[in-house]
Design a protein around this ligand. Structure first.
Ligand code: PMP
Length: 417
């Protein structure tokens, strides 16, 4: 029997790999009867919790009608329904929807839309501006526009060159952006950023005003502004999409994870009209050359429609507001725990650094694995990024569950600090 090779897992450390048999709301149930509280929504995916009945019913129902079909030159009802309903959530300027199946592919599609626009207009551009510390996925395009480091060291020579701007507070973000946008010798093709929170780069947070500033500069120079809302989308930052807080509309937005409530894989890259128009002609050579076999999988689209109905009919924003208020309360208490530094929050995302003696602070040298084990021993799924402990619960999480998470973090501060 072939052995399973797990992602982002060092099998050589011999860490236990728990076996999950059920998902119920905010919890995962193991085969030996443990109830694990999922404090990070299983990699930020399960927004409403596991096995939401409405999403499960939609999947069941759709699976009896149409499972999968080619989407090149063909269409189906769940995709059309989803595109229509997404129109109620996205600003009208984002007039075109391209489906794919993961956050990484949503990013690849966004980059190719921007590069294709310049190519088809007869003025090819190749330089992408990125923000320091970013993460946009593990495909080669995604790695190229992401921070160079532990995640991609082995592949670095093959990644394409990008133009980084400093993370806000670590340099003059807008000044650096303006200089790159004004470069006539090598004009940029696009700017891509994660709005408000840089996730895998260490849950680094910055103000909405910076997003508004970047959008204004990009508009002034006619350069597409791409937002990767793969993590921040679907309520994570306290609004449905992070760009709402900056009161701007990006030229392209990448969505995945919570688009199906986290039940099945699906992604959407939504763009404004010029990207579609640049690929629209009577010449086949101008078309958008991107697809994957599972583009707009009908079952995934049906699950996404069920997710939107939950957003419409259930008090999702109230749940998000409640979690945000609870996090804020914990931040006050935790500030007195000496070992926890830089307590920060954006909506339902709470993050902090454990200042522990010895060891470095980065992803590889920090206390991540030991902390993870510490939390697992308390039936809690948290997966610190090095010494950065963060919480990103499903919105169905109870007060008692949140208290359990906060207590475990306080205990970790005691044990490791
Ligand atoms: N962009 C961001 C901001 C992400 O957080 C992630 C995944 N964590 C991705 C892209 C890649 O998404 P996926 O893992 O679904 O390919």
């Amino acid at each position: 029997m072939p052995a399973i090779w797990h992602p982002f897992t060092q099998h050589g450390l011999g860490e236990p790999i728990p076996r999950i048999v059920r998902g119920e709301g905010a919890c995962l149930l193991t085969d030996d009867g443990r109830r694990i509280l999922d404090g990070i929504s299983s990699w930020w995916v399960n927004t409403h919790g596991h096995c939401h009945p409405r999403i499960m019913a939609a999947i069941r129902e759709q699976s009896e009608k149409l499972d999968q079909m080619i989407f090149a030159g063909w269409t189906h009802e769940p995709a059309e329904r989803l595109a229509g309903e997404l129109g109620e959530f996205l600003p009208g300027e984002l007039s075109h929807i391209f489906f794919s199946d993961s956050g990484s592919t949503a990013v690849e599609v966004a980059l190719k839309m921007a590069l294709g626009l310049w190519h088809n207009r007869g003025h090819p551009r190749h330089r992408i501006i990125v923000m320091q510390h970013s993460y946009h996925g593990d495909t080669f395009g995604g790695m190229s526009v992401g921070e160079r480091g532990a995640f991609n060291r082995a592949y670095e020579r093959l990644l394409f060159d990008v133009a980084p701007i400093p993370f806000p507070g670590e340099g003059d973000t807008l000044g650096a952006l303006e200089a790159l946008l004004a470069n006539r010798a090598d004009p940029p093709a696009a700017l891509i950023v994660e709005p408000l929170v840089l996730g895998a780069g260490g849950m680094k947070m910055y103000a909405p005003e910076l997003i508004a500033g970047m959008a204004a500069l990009c508009r002034a120079h006619g350069v597409p502004f791409i937002l990767d809302e793969v993590m921040t989308g679907w309520g994570r930052t306290g609004s449905c999409f992070a760009f709402e807080q900056a009161e701007i509309v990006p030229d392209i937005v990448c969505l995945s994870k919570g688009i199906t409530g986290g039940a099945v894989p699906l992604a959407v890259t939504a763009c404004t009209r010029p990207f579609f128009d640049a690929h629209y002609s009577a010449d086949k050579a101008d078309m958008f050359f991107h697809s994957s076999s599972y583009t707009a999988n009908p079952i995934a689209c049906a699950a996404a429609c069920a997710n939107l109905s939950i957003w419409r009919d259930e008090p999702v924003m109230e749940r998000i507001g409640h979690i945000a208020a609870r996090h804020a309360g914990f931040r006050e208490t935790a500030a007195s725990l000496g070992a926890l530094r830089n307590l920060r929050q954006c909506g339902t995302i709470l993050a902090m650094e454990l200042e522990a003696g010895g060891g470095g602070q980065d992803y590889l040298s920090g206390h991540g694995p030991a902390l993870q084990r510490f939390f697992m021993d308390r039936d809690l799924l948290l997966r610190p990024l090095g010494n950065c402990i963060y919480v990103m619960p499903p919105y169905c999480v109870s007060d008692a569950d949140l208290d359990k998470i906060y207590q475990a973090i306080a205990d970790a501060a005691d044990a490791f600090g």
